[in-house]
Design a binder for this molecule. Structure first.
Ligand code: AMP
Ligand code: ZN
Length: 492
């Protein structure tokens, strides 16, 4: 099943397959590590994770590059304020970023490239641009891209840039449409700022340059897909195209994917608006990592997503249903054979699920057939109509679901525990929901062990110990349900 994905560049749904017949070469803009990521940022990383997981599920090898922007205006400003080097400053937030990706079940890209480790490639690109007449140096030693040298500028964002002032310059990393001007490739060293001594002078790279240089270094001059949040379309991605195509005269990326913003009360979630939640904020409020993942991926990437706490509650109960369902299938005893209606239902769920994802990664539509199957199978189990062959078929569908959604394995307690430890180390315990503090300390494995001990105690007719364990678990917010298929537990 070939994925059809909306392509910002062509304005239509295009099939996405590896152009070299081997691996899909993709580049997704990574974080600027100047602070903790907010869940808007993670929405974008999660949607790219959905993309790569889907490609892999359909048998496509992926070569995915992500940059780490570890030098930029904001990092320089914050590191100076903190009185530390930019390396020391950004290392802490880079580490936090990867911990957060792990918490959210985001797979690591095949290649992770830090901007500061690829300065020579950036310098080389500026030299090539200068040789092509597309870059010039100003008196202070900075280098700019000459917009007039690239008549196709604007082809990605389809902005009307006709009012652009010829030769006017902008040296901020981020700017609005009104300042579509010659942009800084390389910024001359300023006193007190980190800089590199290079063949094009002493200075540091602009943000846009790093992505062009590293994408081409790892993926070649022309590759399959470039992704990022919708804010990057202009100027960042437009600038990447200009910098790259001016020297290669080849299409930089064939396919461009842009993830729409996460909004809060109709406004974009952002640091500058002050209306943001970090992943850690939500974990400390008592929301589970898996629920945050599910909520953030369940709205398809091309829709704006209005964040609400109700959405997290809905995701929490959806995951609970799925996990309980799987436990019931795994733990139950079923007669041999197959129920043809359930076999058909499993096949249909599987094909509807894949078809929804293949249609521009429609995660919302992909969820529905899985829950239909869950309802049909639960009813059949209640009536003793589910056979062992059905269990196997349904578990296989659940495994395919989880290859993308990745919420069935319960790693939530560990994630919450990590967030609590971090809160303790950084003096944030005041932000922690009170019920969470009483719940800490019980990992899933510890609960499983206690449940097994209780089962054993009951077998030996040691009901006092069995009750004691039940009460201990209840105090920590874990409830047990005895059923004919064995004991199930869940956190309240
Ligand atoms: P940054 O660390 O600011 O460079 O952003 C990392 C990624 O998050 C980029 O792809 C941004 O486009 C994306 N991003 C930033 N804010 C949001 C938001 N509110 N919703 C979705 N993606 C966002
Ligand atoms: Zn980028």
């Amino acid at each position: 099943m070939t994925l059809r994905l909306f392509n910002t560049l062509t304005g239509q749904m295009d099939p996405l397959t590896p152009s070299d017949g081997e691996a899909l070469r993709m580049y997704a803009c990574g974080p600027t590590v100047y602070d903790y990521g907010h869940i808007g940022n993670f929405r974008t990383f999660l949607q790219v994770d959905v993309l790569r997981r889907f490609l892999k599920l359909t048998g496509i090898k992926v070569r995915h590059v992500m940059n780490i922007t570890d030098v930029d205006d904001k990092i320089i400003r914050n590191a100076a304020a903190a009185g530390v080097s930019i390396g020391a400053y950004s290392a802490e937030f880079e580490k936090a970023f990867f911990e957060d990706l792990d918490t959210l079940g985001v797979e690591r890209p095949e290649i992770i490239a830090r901007a500061t480790e690829h300065i020579p490639r950036m310098v080389e690109l500026v030299q090539r641009l200068a040789a092509a007449g597309a870059a010039y140096q100003t008196e202070d030693g900075s280098w700019y891209f000459r917009l007039a040298a690239f008549p196709e500028y604007g082809k990605l964002s389809k902005k009307d840039l006709s009012g652009m002032e010829d030769g006017a310059r902008v040296d901020l990393d981020e700017y609005e449409k009104d300042s579509a001007r010659d942009f800084a490739l390389w910024k001359a060293a300023k006193p007190g700022e980190t800089s590199w001594d290079t063949a094009i002078g002493r200075g540091r790279p602009g943000w846009h340059l790093e992505c062009s240089a590293m994408a081409m270094e790892f993926l070649g001059e022309s590759f399959d897909l470039h992704a990022g949040g919708e804010d990057l379309m202009f100027p960042h991605h437009e600038n990447e195209i200009a910098q790259s195509e001016s020297v290669t005269h080849k299409p930089f990326a064939r396919h461009w994917m842009h993830v729409r913003f996460l909004l809060v009360d109709g406004r974009k979630m952002s640091k500058s608006e002050g209306n943001f939640y970090t992943l850690r904020d939500l974990l400390l409020k008592g929301y589970k990592a898996s629920a945050i993942r599910l909520a953030l991926i369940s709205v398809p990437y091309r829709h704006q997503f209005n964040f609400t706490f109700d959405g997290l509650v809905e995701a929490t109960s959806a995951i609970e249903r799925l996990r309980t369902f799987r436990q019931r299938l795994v733990g139950g005893g079923f007669a041999p054979g197959e129920n043809s209606a359930l076999q058909e239902a499993a096949l249909k769920a599987q094909s509807d699920y894949i078809a929804a994802l293949a249609n521009d990664l429609n995660t919302a539509e992909a969820r529905a057939p899985i829950f239909d199957l869950l309802r049909a199978a639960n009813t059949a189990m209640d009536q003793g109509q589910l056979k062992s062959g059905d269990r196997d078929a349904i578990l296989a569908v659940l495994a395919e679901f989880d290859a993308i959604f990745c919420v069935l394995e319960d790693r939530d307690a560990e994630a919450t525990q990590r967030a609590l430890e971090w809160a303790e180390q950084t003096g944030r315990l005041n932000d922690v929901a009170p019920e969470l503090l009483t719940r800490q300390g019980l990992t899933d494995a510890a609960i499983d062990a206690l449940v097994a001990e209780r089962t054993q105690a009951k077998k030996q007719r040691n009901f006092a110990r069995a009750d004691q364990i039940r009460n201990e678990l209840a105090e920590k917010g874990v409830v047990l349900e005895d059923s004919k298929d064995g004991v199930r537990w869940k956190r309240k």
